[in-house]
Design a protein around this ligand. Structure first.
Ligand code: SAM
Length: 295
């Protein structure tokens, strides 16, 4: 489309930063991806085709956006940093299927915007190199269900990715693993070294793919309350499940008896640690506490 080297190539990225006197803003998680192999692999992981409507979070100077625009039908990119708008206007001028929205993604009314911009046409995919300081709120927001995405392919700090995919009994398994895995298939597609960015972050990264499970064995009574219950169960991960239950429900004898009843019903040893309990067990326990009006 243009004779320029790719925006994300190290030389062009550096030239763009110099021309616009930009220095990457740490406070906004600005680390620009400059490894073209990684970009190709992100596009592959997202399985993009010219039918896809893509939402990008944080286009930066447009390196990933360019790769998305080449493959997808259209790209809607949310960028919070106003200073990057003239840059994106210039770097992406050859792509007429890209629209930049200058908005904080956490404030965006995605269902409304999707309706207006994509006419509710599917598939809708989210593909992004996330700002790491707000990875978890963004993921939880995307999965809240207000807007239903066909696929989410996002880069994040490797440690967070490991928590998302962790299995019971492992060091990384925690409330985030349970809350995410209850409704979604989640996988690490591949890892990315810190040297693939300008400037290099202090940590390595990973690409995570998330998609809604086609069917869920047992629904939870309320997703938000379930999430806060699970967080409470892991509030003190070195303590027993029983101790955490007391943290949640207090120590009065009536509540203790009710908690004991729930644990007995599902054959859960009160001395077990919260990381030994499976996602399915958390769902069963939470639903039971709800049915006896404890949550
Ligand atoms: N996509 C580019 C790339 O891959 O090189 C830049 C990715 S950089 C890790 C994260 C981007 O997210 C930055 O451009 C940053 O300004 C933007 N950003 C940070 N917080 C944001 C927010 N709340 N809403 C939208 N964009 C945000």
């Amino acid at each position: 489309m243009t004779n320029n080297p790719d925006i994300a190539s190290p030389a062009r990225t550096q030239a763009i930063l110099n021309r616009y006197h930009l220095s990457a803003k740490k406070s906004l998680g600005q680390n620009f991806l400059t490894d073209l192999n990684v970009l190709n692999n992100i596009v592959k992981a997202a399985n993009l085709s010219d039918k896809d409507n893509v939402i990008e979070i944080g286009p930066g100077i447009g390196g990933l956006t360019e790769y998305l625009a080449r493959e997808a039908k259209q790209v809607l990119a949310f960028e919070i940093d106003q200073n990057l708008l003239p840059v994106l206007d210039d770097t992406l001028s050859a792509y007429n299927n890209v629209k930049i929205i200058n908005q904080d993604i956490l404030q965006a009314n995605l269902p409304k915007i999707i309706n207006e911009e994509f006419n509710n046409e599917r598939p809708i995919k989210v593909v992004a190199n996330l700002p790491y300081y707000i990875t978890t709120p963004i993921i939880l927001d995307l999965l809240k269900g207000n807007a239903d995405f066909d696929e989410i392919v996002v880069m994040m700090q490797k440690e967070v990715a490991q928590r998302l995919v962790a299995k019971p009994g492992s060091r990384d398994y925690g409330s985030l693993s349970v809350i995410i895995q209850y409704m979604n298939n989640v996988d690490i597609a591949f890892e990315v070294l810190r040297k693939s960015f300008i400037p290099a972050p202090k940590v390595d990264s990973a690409i995570v793919t998330l998609s809604k499970k086609e069917s869920i064995d047992t629904e939870v009574f309320d997703v938000k309350l379930f999430a806060s219950f699970v967080r409470g169960c892991f509030a003190h991960r070195r303590k027993t499940f029983w101790n955490n239950m007391q943290g949640l429900f207090g120590k009065n004898p009536e509540n203790k008896a009710k908690v004991q009843g729930v644990l007995d019903k599902f054959d859960i040893n009160p001395g077990i640690r919260p990381e030994k309990i499976s996602v399915e067990q958390y769902v069963e326990i939470a639903n039971e506490f709800h049915s006896i009006k404890m949550i």
